[in-house]
Design a protein. Sequence first.
Length: 368
Amino acid sequence: MTKVNVISGFLGAGKTTLIKKLLDEALKGERIVLIENEFGEIGIDGGFLRDAGVEISEMNSGCICCSLVGDFGEALKKVMDQFHPDRILIEPSGVGKLSDVIRAVQGVAEHVPEMVLGCAVAVADAAKCKVYLKNFGEFYANQIQHAGAIILSRTQKLDQAGLEAATALLREKNEIAPIVTTPWDQLSGEQLLSVMEQGDTLARDLLAEEACPVCGGHHGHEHHHDHGECGHHDHEHHHDHGECGCHDHEHHHDHEHHHDHGECGCRDHHHHHHGHDADEVFASWGVETTRAFTQEKLEEVLAALDSGRYGAVLRAKGIVHGGEGGWLHFDYVPQEHQVRTGPADYTGRLCVIGSKLDEAGLKALFEV
């Protein structure tokens, strides 16, 4: 199977630098073909206009580099036939529409079963978001709107207010994609690739750790994230309970929620989930944030979760910027919390799990 990743971005955003970092730090051992799509007609004339052609060269990393000229679909098929790569990285023209490239790859994949479209990424210069949206709105916005992840470059040149403003502008165009705000030299290629392919996993990971208070199984639960902020909408959840033990009982759900129940053992009881008895409901609230915290502030916030003013908080976890002190990681369970220093993440993230959560109150408490 060949995975195709599209690395888009406006002229000078840093696409090539990102690709080099991925090749050096995250993709060693994979057979890679890098396609540089150099024809400016993409997105301007709505298609790929010239005769098919592929120019091949070897890069120092051992990666095969192709410059496509002409019919993109035919050229991409030639690359597949000639190299049978594990992964194809496509670097489109800086002024091209990402939607055109995605559509073209999907068109090829329909006829090449061993090809699958992976993530499509937009690299954006944090200092130029506003001016590019103003001057090149249609093309720039298209790249942001269709990205599965947005990776900001040169964020170290902005203060926190500037970074928050840039992030807010991009959020207006794309509510769900994770936005990398951490300077790249603080992140590994593996971290960047994980964000590209998996998005924000903090809420999923944290929910997976929590057992159902009724049957002891692990359910997915309601997720509420402020996107501006995070990468998950209210959406359908599908869960396998496996051996969780609920026989001869009712399940109540407010939304589409599919469970496969194996042998689990809770007999003759009513099992209420999501939206009925609130004290039996897990909900989660989470945000992405560029805000810097001090350890003292985090200690104060986590202690406040014990007050009951923000709902019945069962668990909280996060990684946030600590200013000059680096990055702070925190964990919370009722009456106990820990704040420690740790490695950088792609942006600040935090998640709170509980019932009857006061989301507005939590947002004010964390000042995000």
